[in-house]
Design a protein around this ligand. Structure first.
Ligand code: DAH
Length: 342
């Protein structure tokens, strides 16, 4: 039998075999048996050595054609088997629709957002509304209109980032007081809070170059220090617990007179003194005071007609107290192990 006949026979047998194949793995085996390095085709082609030189190209070309045809037949059969296999699997598959699904991790609020909203809610409940102001602020609103002229030494406590000339990143939410008074004067009552970000050149365990405050401002006829104290007591009890007390310590802010710092009684020891309150029984939570007549006048109110009180608290500080967090920077590192606890 000559080589060409042998090749044709090989093709015929291969086709017969391929058409009978039932599984993809059997098909894989047959592919190797026929076309593999040590397969049937290779072994037939060993006979090429005995051919006359002019015969070789013709037989070589025939061998290539036959290899291609067998490969095509294998591929076609493979496709049929794959489709049949999928159908069989789908027909046999059963779904238990009552099995629980894969849980999806649900996000939640950042603890500082939570606290800011809690503070806001408490004051909304007392009849305040929310006012907002820009974070890039003019020197005038951030300092001067708050009774802090250019060379005032109290500016040192609030060293900040100057953007250009008289534009600063605001050091406090207090400029929103001025913006609100300018907008509303001479109308009363004014009753606003203003939560937002502020910036200072500070960075340690209890200070961050960016932090958040909530400002408060009330202006009306006959507002006194008594209104301030009762408002802040109501706030402290809703925020920290009904058993809490507050005390006012005389302090200084340029935009209030008199000014005070407010402490809340320590929740850990109940006021008897412990490590958390450094033995004093009290923890500082905010600054406040009676609005300075200069500030009222500059913003369009007559200090003979109306008076007001104002306060400002740090949101991070309130959150640290409420949750017992000892390092402010935890809030900003975005470590999920920390954040997920709230
Ligand atoms: N702005 C002050 C600060 O950042 C806090 C403050 C004190 C706000 C007294 C007030 C206030 O409205 O009356 O330190």
């Amino acid at each position: 039998m000559d080589l060409a006949t042998e090749l044709r026979l090989l093709e015929e047998r291969a086709r017969a075999q391929i058409i009978e194949l039932k599984t993809s793995s059997a098909l894989q085996e047959v592919r190797v048996q026929i076309l593999g390095k040590k397969g049937q085709l290779t072994s037939v082609l060993r006979g090429m050595g005995g051919l006359a030189a002019e015969e070789r190209p013709r037989v070589g070309q025939l061998a290539n054609e036959i290899r291609d045809k067998i490969e095509a037949a294998l591929d076609a059969r493979g496709k049929v088997l794959d489709e049949a296999g999928l159908e069989a699997r789908l027909a046999g598959e059963q779904f238990d629709v009552t099995l629980p699904g894969t849980p999806v991790a649900v996000g939640y609020q950042h603890p500082l957002t939570r606290i800011a909203e809690e503070i806001t809610d408490i004051f909304l409940g007392m009849g305040f509304s929310v006012a907002e102001g820009p974070e890039v602020e003019t020197d005038y609103y951030n300092f001067e209109a708050l009774n802090l002229p250019k060379e005032h030494p109290a500016r040192d406590m609030q060293d900040t980032f100057y953007v250009i000339n008289d534009l600063v990143l605001r050091t406090q939410t207090s400029p929103v007081q001025i913006r609100t008074m300018e907008r509303l004067s001479p109308l009363v009552p004014v009753r606003i809070i203003s939560p937002g970000k502020v910036y200072r050149r500070d960075d340690d365990a209890t200070h961050s170059p960016m932090f958040q405050q909530v400002e408060g401002l009330v202006i009306d006829k006959g507002i006194s220090l008594g209104h301030l104290k009762s408002t802040l007591l109501a706030f402290a009890r809703q925020m920290f617990g009904t058993e809490r007390e507050i005390r006012l310590r005389a302090s200084y802010f340029p935009f209030t007179e008199p000014s005070a710092e407010v402490d809340v009684s320590c929740g850990t020891c109940g006021g008897s003194g412990c490590r958390v309150c450094k033995g004093t029984g009290w923890i500082e939570i905010l600054g406040c005071g009676v609005v300075h007549p200069n500030v009222l006048r500059l913003s369009g109110y007559d200090p003979e007609e109306v008076s007001g009180f104002a306060f400002g608290m740090g949101i991070e500080r309130i959150a640290m107290l409420k949750y017992g967090v000892e390092d402010l920077r935890h809030f900003f590192i975005n470590d999920y192990r920390f954040l997920r606890q709230f």
